[in-house]
Design a protein around this ligand. Structure first.
Ligand SMILES: [Ca+2]
Length: 323
């Protein structure tokens, strides 16, 4: 006779489903350098704060007490590589630079439809956004590149990303020669401590800028209402850590055994758990996920009746009720 066992498996780990809250922020008011703060956050939480979008930035600001005047490190630091990339986060593969471009000092540069680039805080340009279905839209509001990026995020998807000669032609068809228009190409060498690829930035107007050229770490400036500023990494200040939330889920499994083993035997349970864990690892579930058995009435497994047994029981019940 086959025995059907129901078992409940409790699975928990650091998951990041798109709809869930990704980060919990923690303000630490013990002054440290950026590197010391990074080490502290990695020890006690997950890492120095990463901020992925405006909603998360508002949430982070909510953890700063009213009147708090110290500056606050976040997990953004200049990387060794200077990289051109799209605002959407896509890697730059197609380019259509004007001869001699990109030129000038390659810091804080954002690009225009005509194949040249300007300082990102230049404010006299219109912008070209991308609709969800890939159509370009000209927005006739003069702004700097970051504001243009935010506008496109808010009302469309992104600043325009151009992947081919055909798309470049579509851009030209939409504009007149005299239009000076931001596209989503920019230069950015800032990297998140936790390796996140998010391109969200919340620089104060005019930043990042350092007269001494050593502004290699990013901080939340309380005197600028939470806007970001770049400054020397060896300064000491408060800092914001984050912790990824632990998600828990319960998986109900049904197993069939020949009746020769007791599935509630601790050795058997451990072996089954190990096998499930190995299968999950092969399917890409990370080592930060743990599995444990869920006890119900002191047992993990409970016996389920087969259909025949259920039918037998119901016939017996019916016979009893008729007598
Ligand atoms: Ca600065």
């Amino acid at each position: 006779m086959n025995l059907h066992h129901l078992l409940l498996l409790l699975i928990s780990g650091l998951w990041s489903p798109s709809s869930a809250r990704l980060r919990y922020y923690y303000l630490v008011t013990e002054p440290k350098t950026w590197v010391q703060a990074q080490s502290y956050c990695r020890q006690k939480y997950t890492d120095l704060a990463t901020v992925d979008n405006m909603a998360e930035m508002e949430e982070l600001k909510g953890f700063i007490p009213p009147g708090f005047s110290d500056s606050i490190w976040i997990g953004l630091k200049r990387g060794p590589m200077r990289l051109w990339g799209w605002s959407s986060g896509e890697v730059l593969q197609y380019t259509n630079w004007n001869p001699g471009e990109p030129n000038g000092v390659v810091t804080d540069r954002c690009c225009l439809k005509a194949g040249g680039c300007l300082k990102c805080r230049h404010t006299q340009n219109l912008c070209l956004c991308l609709e969800p279905l890939g159509k370009f839209v000209l927005v006739k509001i003069a702004s700097n590149w970051r504001d243009a990026e935010t506008y496109c995020w808010q009302y469309y998807t992104n600043l325009a990303t151009i992947h081919s000669d055909q798309e470049q032609q579509d851009v030209w068809d939409l504009l007149t020669d005299s239009d000076i228009v931001w596209i989503g190409l920019g230069f950015d060498n800032w990297l998140w401590s936790d390796g996140s690829k998010t391109t969200f930035r919340y620089w104060h107007p005019g930043q990042p800028y350092s007269a001494t050229d050593d502004g290699n770490c990013a901080m939340v400036s309380t005197s600028w209402g939470g806007d970001w500023d770049d400054t020397a990494c060896n300064g000491v200040m408060s800092f914001m850590c984050y912790k990824a939330p632990i998600k828990r889920g319960i998986i109900r499994l049904k197993v069939t055994s020949g009746g020769e083993m007791d599935p509630n035997d601790p050795v058997v349970m451990t072996n089954i758990l190990t096998q499930i864990q190995q299968t999950l690892r092969k399917q890409g579930v990370g080592s930060d996920t743990t599995l444990t058995w869920q006890m119900r009435k002191g047992k993990v497994f409970s016996l389920e009746k087969t259909k025949e047994e259920q039918q037998k029981c119901s016939s017996l019940n019916s016979a009893i009720s008729q007598t």
